[in-house]
Design a protein around this ligand. Structure first.
Ligand SMILES: [Ca+2]
Length: 421
């Protein structure tokens, strides 16, 4: 009977249905003792019947009516406990998975399939968007490369051509503004004068100063036209003939030009750029020494870039008698070199400024095999070769450190459109 009562009490405790005070031993440890006590309640009578006293804990428990029902309840409670334990374990596993793989969305045990699918869809969309973003970034990078390859000069040229077309159209409209029907195909009375060759075509045959406008975006400026030598139509860009002008000048002076168009001068790098940009130009260099020897160098192509590109020189296609000093050797080559002055070092000589060393503004390499803007010496000189220099001139190759330097009496640089005839 006592064991049955203990069993019932234990079952109720396990199911959490009742609470009971736990007994402790003198050391304070919990003791799994049954709290139900049964003892002798008095003296036994003659027939041997004894009074017993049962002490129950001070609790009220509503026990099932039948023990079978109690057992069933116990089993259900056990089963519930197992389910709860499994759920706890599943939750812990889920949490661990989520910690290990934060990119994956956790789908709780209780989440429906619909939610799982939704999350997978979202993940798939995120992946697609990520790929699209990568592609877009690649395309942007490619476009940036292309933009960098398009130099400002090309854009400049493109705009110039468009403006030239517009100017031509506008002048036609002007001519036709008053009495169009009476002026049938009237020849243009406003010819475009880009350089001296246009004046030559208009019948001008006098060596003189003329106004030209190679670029409609820029103002007209004066040039000296050589209409007499070598077929005429030449726009002169540099002249040396008496040493009256110093060519040891600053960047800005070379940019804007200096000297006297009727005497010695540098036309100016900005003008050189505009002239050589407006048409494909050829270059003719003429040299004369103090012995009266005259030679020339002809280049089939000549172009000077804008200031932004440091007036880079493009020159090629040599023919002539003076030798190709601009392309002297692999070491000394003035083609594709930037312009350097005493105050702006764009040369290829790392230890100093060739312009300062040779008292000149020029398309220095590191440093030079030609320099037509060097000092004007009337007599032979020694030391630093800072005079007007042409590296393929007679006798120059035999010069040594102690010998006299070659000097020049006259130098001239002039350009003309390649298609001039
Ligand atoms: Ca340098």
């Amino acid at each position: 009977m006592k064991s049955l009562l203990c069993l019932i009490t234990f079952a109720a405790l396990s199911a959490g249905l009742i609470s009971a005070e736990e007994e402790k031993d003198p050391t304070g440890k919990h003791v799994n003792a049954c709290s139900i006590k049964m003892k002798n309640g008095g003296k036994c009578d003659d027939e041997g019947s004894c009074p017993y006293q049962i002490t129950l804990p001070p609790m009220t428990i509503q026990l099932p009516k039948q023990l079978q029902l109690l057992e069933k309840t116990l089993k259900e409670v056990q089963s519930l406990k197992e389910i709860v334990n499994n759920l706890k374990k599943s939750c812990q596993d889920c949490k661990l998975q989520a910690d290990e793989n934060p990119e994956k969305e956790t789908t709780g045990v209780t989440d429906g399939e619909g939610q799982v699918n939704q999350i997978q869809d979202l993940q798939s969309k995120v992946k697609k968007m990520s790929i699209s973003l990568k592609n877009a970034r690649t395309q942007i990078n490619n476009m940036q490369d292309q933009i960098e390859r398009i130099s400002m000069n090309d854009v400049d040229d493109y705009i110039d051509k468009k403006i030239a077309n517009l100017s031509s159209t506008l002048s036609n409209v002007d001519m036709c503004s008053s009495n169009c029907q009476l002026k049938e195909a009237a020849p243009s009375t406003l010819p475009i004068v880009k350089d001296c060759s246009d004046y030559y075509k208009m019948g001008k045959r006098l060596n003189s100063i003329y106004q030209v406008m190679p670029d409609p975006k820029n103002k007209t400026f004066e040039v000296f036209c050589n209409m007499e030598s070598m077929g005429g139509g030449w726009t002169v860009v540099q002249t040396r003939k008496d040493g009256s002008i110093s060519f040891n000048r600053t960047w800005d002076e070379y940019k804007n030009g200096f000297g006297n168009l009727s005497g010695e001068f540098w036309l100016g790098n900005d003008r050189l750029h505009l002239l050589s940009k407006s048409r494909n130009m050829i270059l003719r260099i003429e040299l004369e020494d103090f012995k009266g020897v005259k030679e020339y160098a002809h280049y089939d192509q000549f172009y000077v870039a804008n200031e932004y590109l440091k007036y880079k020189l493009s020159v090629s296609g040599y023919s002539g008698t003076a030798g190709d000093a601009l392309h002297f050797s692999k070491q000394y080559n003035h083609d594709q070199k930037f312009f350097t002055t005493t105050d702006k070092d764009n040369d290829r000589y790392p230890s100093g400024n060739c312009g300062a060393y040779y008292s000149s503004g020029w398309w220095f390499d590191a440093c030079m095999s030609a320099n037509l803007n060097g000092k004007y010496y009337e007599k032979e000189y020694k030391g630093v070769r800072n005079g007007i220099f042409w590296g393929t001139w007679h006798g120059v190759s035999e010069e040594n450190l102690n010998s006299y330097r070659q000097t020049f009496k006259a130098v001239r640089m002039m350009i003309r459109p390649k298609d001039f005839s």
